[in-house]
Design a protein around this ligand. Sequence first.
Ligand code: NAI
Length: 491
Amino acid sequence: MTSSSLTRHTITIARGDGIGPEVMDATLRVLEAADAPLTLEPITIGLAAYEQGHTTGITPEAWETIRRNEVFLKAPITTPQGGGYRSLNVTIRTTLGLYANVRPTSAYAPFVHSMHPGMDLVIVRENEEDLYAGIEFRPTAEVAKSVKLITRPGTERIVRYAFEYARAHGRRSVACMTKDNIMKHTDGMFHRVFDEVAAEYPDIRAEHHIVDIGAARLAAQPERFDVIVTLNLYGDILSDIAGQVAGSVGISGSANIGARYAMFEAVHGSAPDISGRGIANPSGLLNAAVQMLVHLGEAPVAERIANAWLTTLESGLHTADLHREGLSEREVTCDEFTDAIIERLGARPERLREARFETRRISVPEPVAPVVVRERAGIDVYVRWDETGRDATVLARQIELAVASGPLRLTLITNRGVEVHPATNSESLMTDHWRCRFLPAAVAGGPAARITLGEALAVPVMLAGGGIEVVGTEVLQRVDGAEGYSSGANG
Ligand code: NAI
């Protein structure tokens, strides 16, 4: 590619599967015509790599190229059906530490049909933690559990990224969405860190929504949102809601950003149903490439391309997925749409809002490890117990007998998070999986005491000695004097 810029950027590209090669070729044609200062290094990933026996869909050589170039433009790939294959996207995100998933979603009404013409928001989704950490167990026949892992440094980094993004892109507010009324330690930490970081950005309005009502507001009044920052799972769901409401799931690009590496891709998949027919809409990957150019500090080229694309939408030349009688002038192929964009390089949209980007690259400092005082407070032991009647008072008697010689006492049993001992008034369904809490004798009603790790770990050993099947443990901590564990019900 020829360049008018002093800096050339070598990037990795992958043409992908299905419509991947079609939309990549279209995107590269526009980049070249716009004189984007890029040198391209292609790699093979996806079906070809899976078929060579690489279960993650990527070869070791491809990793080398990705690491060397640091910036990666990826077309969609097809994940083979059936067991034994891992999602390449999840592998790339976690291997390269791509902690932020950034999805701008706008309506392009009246040229693309949308129920919310004023909508223009960006979802910044945490990309590595939460239930996606994949820490799951089947401790008993009746129970499956997944660990929702939220870290303070991970949270601080994503929240700071959202505020820095807002500043760099002239956005005025950041909304945080959590369910901290229920998950006080995980979502509670996310919300707390959000409030702390927000205080450092007085120029940006900060607000918090409980995610259920937040999602409803996003669906009903998306115009009221600017930047949204949230946990991995909520972000996954919210970005699909936003895409659907905008009427443009197929035209959004997405950026996956880490401290060193970044990957840009369309939101959609490899669309095998229309592959090879020349009718795919290349906008998703093209918009991802625009995000990439901004990331590389090439905002002027990004603006030229984005404005040519907006002008093409205004012209009514639409690919089949966007074509609507009354809104579109003519249905065009992928190639014709691409030619139309290239012809309009240098043009500015007349009715849609002109694209303007900040050239400032977002950098987020490494989070500082928090200084806290931790004290070991007790232990929760999970046991499988399935005796007739599943009567918690019977289990409690067996347990008390087993641990009688140790310093820790049974203070609580829950089943599915519901207290069943010492309170016994629950009508809730009993399963074969019980959480049993042990605290020092003095704590049960008395002042807090700290215990040794040996004292905590002696409990499951004593239970096993008493014939009780232990299936898991969690050592309880007090953090800065407060209980670092859920109390009683909902635990
Ligand atoms: P999909 O996004 O590929 O297709 C859903 C529907 O949207 C299809 O009807 C398709 O024709 C249409 N569509 C998608 N992109 C389009 C475009 N650019 N222009 C016009 N129409 C478009 O989702 P699906 O069918 O669930 O997945 C197909 C394959 O893609 C699967 O193997 C899946 O694992 C993979 N996938 C890959 C992703 C990635 O590499 N980032 C993301 C999502 C899915």
